[in-house]
Unconditional design. Structure first.
Length: 341
């Protein structure tokens, strides 16, 4: 398949986070043909199951000991919608985040193999959109790679830095009562709102390169009925980190913790700086990637890929065919430069 055909084939396989098995099998079969014809190796790297019926695995292909590894993720955010295309774009869930990137990396590998280049690999992981479980698993099975070229939508610019992420849950507990007699109960919703208001007033840091930290209260839930004093409520918060997380942990705990309210940290991924390659345009991104979860086990990180993050996770997700073709050339050039270095 050419890079456009492979992109559409991958998009048309539903693989929302935790349901990546089918696309993993497709990639394993495709790469088995490629490695079989070029004396490479392909393997599954099992990731902890969510349920007994759901098998999840990373797919790794390499040609001799991989000193450079091209990597991105197989999973997508919901909802699934299939591919279509016009003269300029391929549309569909995962087209830019990150199945088009997978296709470009595979096309680059095919070209490198045809030119006799070896000592590189492809690593496609599960779970990036939720917990980075695939990257965490891969970090425990390094293969000697000295550089990890991670693919995310950066419009084919090399990202010099990316923000981190901290996910928090603010959980409030109260006591039910009839709403006509509120003095007999304790409203978990009132306590939650007071806590969130205090959290929103915490001053967030700025970084000269990454810019400001940002905070998003993404979900709020709780209560049982309009005429019942709420005995439980919860909010989920995502903070984009630009520096050390400890000062913010302490500030949120001081601001938001009160009787009946607990703040739980669900996930923390630090901000990170990446490697530079001469000759490529650069950028800085606000989103978080798998790179911190690899923990350096697959080498020094670089971050680059086709597509715009501004259409990822939207009903209009798409990727430019021009950028896809350019990405193949870019990945080939990066592998060659890093191997030469």
């Amino acid at each position: 398949m050419n890079v456009f055909e492979l992109t559409r084939a991958l998009v048309d396989i539903e693989s929302t986070s935790e349901y990546e098995g089918d696309v993993g099998e497709h990639l394993f079969a495709y790469l088995s043909q490629l490695t079989g014809a070029s004396t490479g190796t392909v393997e599954r790297m099992d990731v902890a199951k969510i349920e007994s019926a759901r098998r999840r695995f990373n797919v790794l292909a390499y040609w001799d000991e991989p000193l450079v590894t091209l990597s991105t993720h197989m999973d997508t955010v919901p909802p699934f919608f299939a591919s279509r295309e016009d003269s300029e774009y391929i549309y569909g869930r995962g087209s830019c985040d990150a199945k088009g990137i997978i296709a470009a990396m595979i096309a680059a590998a095919e070209r490198l193999i045809a030119d006799g280049v070896r000592k590189f690999g492809l690593l496609f992981v599960v779970g990036e959109e939720r917990s980075s479980a695939g990257a965490a698993t891969a970090s425990r099975s390094p293969r000697g790679s000295r550089y990890l070229v991670n693919g995310e939508p950066t419009e084919n610019k090399l990202a010099l830095a990316s923000k981190g992420a901290m996910r928090l849950e603010v959980i409030a507990k109260g006591r039910m009562a009839h709403s006509a007699y509120p003095e007999l109960g304790e409203s978990a919703i009132d306590a939650l709102l007071d806590s969130l208001e205090a959290i929103r007033r915490v001053k967030l840091p700025k970084d000269e390169l990454l810019g400001p930290s940002t905070l998003n209260i993404g979900t709020i839930s709780g209560g049982r009925a309009p005429n019942v004093i709420a005995d439980g409520a919860k909010a989920e918060i995502l903070l984009r980190l630009v520096g050390e997380p400890d000062p913010l942990r302490q500030a949120f705990a001081a601001a938001g913790t009160r009787p009946g309210v607990e703040i739980k940290e669900v996930l923390c991924i630090p901000a990170i700086r990446m490697e530079k390659v001469e000759g490529l345009p650069t950028t800085v991104v606000s989103f978080t990637t798998d790179i911190p979860m690899f923990n350096g086990a697959w080498g020094k990180p670089l971050l680059i890929g086709p597509g715009s993050i501004h259409v990822a996770h939207t009903p209009d997700e798409k990727i430019s065919k021009r950028e896809l073709s350019e990405a193949v050339d870019i990945y080939v050039a990066i592998v060659r430069k890093l191997l030469a270095a």
